[in-house]
Write a protein that binds this ligand. Structure first.
Ligand code: 5RP
Length: 235
């Protein structure tokens, strides 16, 4: 296992301590949180943990089913206790860029329905200003070229439709992903989110503002958990 993979695994497993029996848990998407899903399945089968999960993607649904986590529809529940998810970047205010795995829409819906959000990440994800990681924006296939032009004008940067081989990446919702190459310039993610969402053709943007309450970070010094002051997990 590579060093980075070992860090991802350590962060993913450590975050499971936020999950207690009886909780309704949002299950994020990506190569870090996959370790959380596997560990939650193990704790259910070996340690008596009892939870239900809501997956944020078809890939996570498949993994959670494989490791034995019972799944429910978000619409059947009156909210979730917690969601654990990865991130592509997080800043000192616990604002996030997500969507590197093209799951940002379901991830944001699940995060919005959760009483708390824990992010699992390795130390490479911590930044001072968001945007070095191209900002993922889910857009409708209809007239996506026009939407991309509008985004490029708005953000004053190159915007590309994400490709997989010869064709565009298609999300679990049948949409496309436009990646905006803003560079590390997103000083005001709340304003940026608001402006991007004004463009018709945009379904959702991968800025998660005011949603993350704690980050479980794996780095050279081991696991560190940063809890957002005044956040929903701060007492
Ligand atoms: C998927 C996401 C992921 O959580 C994000 O890309 C981080 O993934 P990884 O843990 O593989 O680096 O937002 O849409």
């Amino acid at each position: 296992m590579s060093d980075v993979e070992a860090l991802k695994k350590a962060a993913g497993i450590a975050a499971c301590d936020f999950v207690k029996t009886g909780m309704k848990v949002g299950l994020g998407t990506g190569s870090t949180v996959k370790h959380t899903v596997i560990e939650l399945g193990r704790r259910m089968s070996e340690e008596g943990l009892e939870i239900v999960g809501v997956p944020t993607s078809l890939a996570t649904e498949e993994l959670a089913t494989k490791v034995g986590i019972p799944l429910v529809e978000l619409s059947e529940l009156d909210g979730l206790d917690i969601v654990i998810d990865g991130a592509d970047e997080y800043d000192p205010n616990f604002q996030l860029i997500k969507g590197g795995g093209a799951a940002l829409l379901r991830e944001k819906i699940v995060a919005q329905e959760s009483a708390a959000m824990v992010v699992v990440a390795d130390a490479r994800k911590r930044v001072q200003t968001l945007g070095a990681f191209p900002l993922p924006i889910e857009v409708t296939p209809f007239s996506h070229e026009a939407t991309v032009r509008g985004l490029s004008r708005l953000l004053d940067c190159r915007v590309n439709i994400r490709m997989a081989g010869n064709g565009p990446v298609i999300t679990d919702n049948g949409n496309m992903i436009a990646d905006a190459h803003t560079g590390p310039t997103i000083e005001n993610p709340i304003e940026c989110e608001r402006n991007v969402l004004m463009i018709a053709g945009v379904v959702q943007v991968g800025l998660f503002n005011g949603m993350c309450d704690a980050v479980v970070l794996a780095g050279g010094d081991g696991i560190e958990t940063f809890v957002k002051p005044g956040g929903r997990l701060s007492q």
